[in-house]
Design a protein around this ligand. Sequence first.
Ligand code: Z5A
Length: 212
Amino acid sequence: MTCSRGALIVLEGVDRAGKTTQCLKLVQALQQSGREAEMMRFPDRTTVIGQLISSYLMKKSNLEDHTVHLLFSANRWEMVPLMKQKLEQGINLVVDRYAFSGVAFTSAKPGFSLEWCKNPDVGLPKPDLVMFLQLNPSVAENRGEFGTERYETSFFQCTVHRRFEELMEDKSVNWRVIDAARSIEEVHKDIKLLSENIINFSENQPIGMLWS
Ligand code: Z5A
């Protein structure tokens, strides 16, 4: 008996766009409709590499910029065997940030090209769908103060947003832009519909390789 594979669905967006809120709601909705679904997030702070990243983000330690970029990528690669296993078991994976955040954040730093930043993530399991939660920085500001972690400043987030826009010009990735300024329920409705469609479409397709 052959089992249909699960879909790899990624949510991206700038700070406070609602990625975590929507990932949780999507997993719940898919499960309620009888589908197998699980959430993953990057960085995954539970692993040894994830703890190095977490300490860096919390400004408890400093890491050289190339080094931390490679650690973020390694944190995805260490999850690849598990991701593939789950997808092949028919479990749909809903992922909060992925390689696109990796590239957008590092390339927002001086001296980093998009191309260099993409290289370590070439060949990762390719998402079947990437939904970018679009939110104007002024609306995001109304969702509360920035936290105290690294990168949580308006100036840096604006540069990150521009890098995401450059990444979205790549038609080899199935990007969908979602207006995240609406209510949680309205945003969820769109995300659920797009996800259900891609789950049906992907079930008999092989898992692709990102940027290759
Ligand atoms: N990073 C990197 O540099 N390289 C990499 O490779 C990767 C990541 C993978 C990780 O942060 C940091 O690491 C991140 C990128 C960098 N740095 N920054 N900035 P994280 O993943 O641990 O945390 P986060 O991604 O920064 O979370 P977030 O962006 O702040 O939040 P969010 O997930 O987008 O939003 P939320 O938590 O669902 O919602 C935020 C608030 O808004 C909350 O109060 C909600 O109730 C509210 N909300 C949500 N939706 C709505 C709507 N529709 N209306 C009104 N209010 C809403």
